[in-house]
Design a protein around this ligand. Sequence first.
Ligand SMILES: NC(=O)c1ccc[n+]([C@@H]2O[C@H](COP(=O)([O-])OP(=O)(O)OC[C@H]3O[C@@H](n4cnc5c(N)ncnc54)[C@H](O)[C@@H]3O)[C@@H](O)[C@H]2O)c1
Length: 260
Amino acid sequence: MEDLMKLKGKNIVVMGVANERSLAWGVAKSLYKVGANPIFTYRLDRSFAKLNKLLKEEQTASSPLIVQCDVNDDESIKNAFHEIHEKVGTIHGVVHSVAFANSEDLKGDFINTSRSGYAFAQDTSAYSLIAVAREAKPFMTEGGSIVTMSYLGAERAVPGYNVMGVAKAALESSVKYLAMDLGEANIRINAISAGAIRTLAAKGVGSFNEILHKIEETSPLKRNVTQEEVGDMTVAFLSHLSRGVTGEVVYVDSGYNIIG
Ligand SMILES: NC(=O)c1ccc[n+]([C@@H]2O[C@H](COP(=O)([O-])OP(=O)(O)OC[C@H]3O[C@@H](n4cnc5c(N)ncnc54)[C@H](O)[C@@H]3O)[C@@H](O)[C@H]2O)c1
C-alpha cells in the first residue's frame, strides 16, 4: 500500500497542530504510518512546546523541521515556506488545518456579526489558504497536493457556527478557483468536510455537544468520526491514489451530510 501511495520520504507541510486532539495531529500520525516526512508549522509558542512533546511521544525516527507561521501575516507565510524550501528542498504537499473567529462572533445571532469579526474570520480561515497556496507553489516543482479542512456549516445554517460557516463557504469556493490555477503545475487541491470532533477550535462552537449527539443519532454510520479517520482521508488526498481528483469537497462525517 505504501508504494501505491508514493508518499515515502515526501515532504508534507502540516499546519495547525495545537495539541494532541488537533485534526492536523491526526494527519501527522497517518503521514508517519506511510513513511512521509511531515514538516510542521505553528503559531503560538505553546503549540511549539506541545508539538515537541507529541513528537517525543510518537518516537519519530528523525526530528522533523518545525517552523513558525502566522497565517494572518503575509511575510510570516512567505518566510515559513522559504525556510522550509531551504531546509528540505521540494515540497510535495501542504495540509492547511487552520481556522479562527472571535468567540463573540460565534455566540448569539449571526445578524449581529461585527464587520471586523467577519473580516478576521475570513482572513484567518479562508484567505489564508490562498496565501499559503501562493507561497508553497514555487517550491512544489514536482506537482503535489494541498488539503484544507472544512465543515458542513459552509453550506447549511448550523446553529452556532455563524461567521465561521460563511468563512468555510469562502474556503470551499477558494478550493475550486485555486484548483483552476494550480492544475497546470500538476498541483491538486481539495477540502475535507470533517464531522464534529472535540478539539480546541470546536470549544468555540456553543452548539457543539448537540451537534455530536445529532450525528450519533441520525448519521448513516450512527457514530461520530475520529481524528484518525480524517487523518487517513487527508493522506489519501495527498497520495498518488487520488491523482485524478482536484477542486473537491469530500465528507468524512459518517455520511451525516446526505440525510434529509
Ligand atoms: N473539530 C471539528 O469538529 C472540525 C470539523 C470540521 C472542520 N474543522 C476544521 O479543522 C481545522 C483544524 O481545527 P481543529 O478542530 O483541529 O482545532 P485546533 O484548535 O486543534 O486547530 C486549529 C489550528 O489553527 C491554528 N491557527 C489559528 N489561527 C492561526 C493563525 N493566525 N496562524 C496560524 N495558525 C493559526 C491554531 O494554532 C490551531 O493549531 C480548522 O479549519 C477547523 O475549522 C474542525
